[in-house]
Design a protein around this ligand. Sequence first.
Ligand code: SF4
Length: 909
Amino acid sequence: MENEANELKFPGFPYIPYSIQMDFMKALYRSLDKGGVSMLESPTGTGKTLSIICSSLQWVHDQRQKERDRAKAELDRNQSQRDDVEIGSDDEPDWMRNFVANKEVQKQEKKVKKKFGLGKSNERKNQDAEIIPLVLEEEDFHAKKDEVGLNDEEFLLEDYESEDEVTLGSGKSKRKAGACLVSSSSDEEEEKDGSDEEEEKELKIYFCSRTHSQLSQFIKELRKTSFTNEIKVVCLGSRKNFCINEDVLKLGNATRINERCLELQKSRKNEVSKIKNIGVKGRLRRTKASSGCPMLRKHKPQRQFRDEISQLGALDIEDLVQLGRSMGTCPYYGSRSMVPAADLVVLPYQSLLSKSSREFLGLNLKNSIVIIDEAHNLADSLLSMHDAKITFLELDHVHSLIEKYFGRFRNLLGPGNRRYIQTLMVVTWALLQTLCSDKDFSLVNTCQDEGRAAEVKPMFDSSIAINDFLFSLNIDNINLVKLLQYIKESNFIHKVSGYGEKVTNLQKHSVLNNSGACGEEWSTLSSFRALVDMLVSLTNNDGEGRIIISKSRPTCSGRQGGFLKYVMLTGEKVFSEIVDEAHAVILAGGTLQPIEETRERLFPWLPPSQLHFFSCSHIVPPESILPIAISRGPSGQLFDFSYSSRSSLKMIEELGLLLCNLVAVVPEGIVVFFSSFEYEGKVYDAWKTSGILERIMKKKRIFREPRRNPEVELVLREYKETIDGLSTRPKDVAAHSGAILLAVVGGKISEGINFSDGMGRCIVMVGLPYPNPSDIELIERVKYIESLGESNSMKTPKISVSDEYFSGDVQVAFSVLRSCKRRGKEYYENLCMKAVNQSIGRAIRHIKDYAAILLVDARYASDSSKRSFSHQTNKLPQWIKDRLVPTTNSYGEVHRLLHQFFKFNKKGE
Ligand code: SF4
């Protein structure tokens, strides 16, 4: 079927689509036709995911059909040319005629076959070879054995040509023994196993979302469509999600799992390398593998794993893990190797948005379709992915290790190595001093507690531009790019950390213990990675980010804390790398407003003709939603949950009275969102003391969102069981009429849990959840965004707002915010309203759903005829804004509206 412009059809859609779903699919299809960047908004619960799948895959299907038609036409043309040649060249011998005429045809056929993967699927390279992730060059090791103990040899660095001898970019270790990259992402430290690569599909869709469960949801939706059997799909995730080696998995923490996996492979490589050395006539002699991960030891199961995936259709991470377990082969590497052959790659944000991750995974975005779901916070997510942080303890650890190493091998190292190691020591020492030396306080703003003794120094946060930072440490003349290159090419980190480990073991005293870090989840490798990440950040352009210096007072034992953090402020460079490569980039989400802010922060360079926006309304009829702005409680008390007045016990009590009334009128489940765990705790305690809690509990059971993620599931299950139990309970049994869940904006519940039907008949938003103004990173972003559009902000951000010293003091933060006149202020407000929209969007998940949404604060209320453009409620999604009751005269009116609403909708059930 040919999809023509005005007659788009989506036969893969498993149901009869609603008109808004049709509109959405058409908009996406046309966006893909046009290319560039598109922002497509569709409220949650409207079948957005299914629409994305059916539209984008239909587009790919149609493109391929067009390509095939074109190729066929070309072949036919060539065939007729060949016929012409045959007819017109009678005097040439047959073989000559065929050769000349066939040459073009063969070229074309080859192209067509390559494009559609014909004649290639059964080709396998190195079928019986054992998997050897890294080929190592083992040459004679010319260490000075007489000077170095035999056991220390392995830690000696190969000679490195210094910066004087080679030009930048070509510094070389003379021997590439076990060379390992150290990239900015902890996941990317290894070379690709290129032994068994599949044919790369030229037109590919990359679908990414934020969480593991969102990706699983995507796969579930994909399975509902006919595409599931037609395309090759692969789901990527972290080692933590995929690992099936119990010994590694029990380490728990993602960084440790990554490192252990890499270590296993490294030891595997070393094993292979040694075997290679002793093999006869250069042939690899196999022995019983004694190292490496057993799940990656054999090549054949990996290949079978891929074959299985191809046959089983769309599998999510759990399915892949299960398959890996049943086959005894690693699903992490198995799924990774499927990427080239896949038509659709489903992956988390981090894997797609970070360049180093893309390179590591071998993701080729050229001419591809990139779909980024849940893109409402894309700019901030992308920036936080590129932050870098190193703690005092990590710095101290690497510095002392390098010192020890240098002390041991100094006389054996060549001049290149010596120079770079000394430079590295200068840099780590300088960074260390920033966190522990009083004299540096003056360099980065004035300490408010300057007069106090070091022993009682409070937390001290400050920020500084990159160039000023380097200058203040007197390391501005050091070429960090070359230094990083040296670290990368010389295998420095593994040599030094290997030596450090050995010394530690010998001394039987962990270096961690010595530095007082016992029990903390960090290691030598992760400390080095943190250092490299920080150095990479320091090579960024001056205006692209800020350095946060967070000092903390030493503990009684003298242990020093604190950290350095690089905060990226602009994502336009990172995002442009994706847009430049891909054919089209789609940002999808329930609500993507404000569009202009996203454009300015991520793609200000994009011409308007290349940016497309589409928004569709909600699937449910207007009478299924009742949003009300509530400014007064049942006893007439004004609701003002602003920072200065939210602690008022009178108001907290009034909120309790509101809840007491709501439980009488709202059936089943009520979800109440607070701005923070602290505030929720304060309100809960106050209600307990005043007896309000008891009154509420007579009607509904109360649940509270726990701080710890693993416990959330348990609470949610009980909450759901309480509500589900209502329908099965005999009528004469007196019990609760439902449940209340006290949740927190920004917590797990507000972001990823859906409250359809009885789970969320009423969502109560308490106050306006502005982010914590004392967060120094937030204030830096606000200042940066305020400067956007004033000048060429990428190069020289012009900060027009207060740039005074900031140490996390709330009042100072407010003064910075007050000094913002435009974008900065808008950004801060948008953060708040995005959080509101996320939370209230948890209800209404399908066409028959209904819910009331109560916005409890006088600041939400307004006279709609006079409501200014910048009013908070203007930032609500259109489908809520359209139905909002902007003001009420009294709580009595609210109660009446709720009563009517639930009566009406109950009837329709
Ligand atoms: S190779 Fe796979 S199973 Fe083995 S440790 Fe690494 S991630 Fe885990």
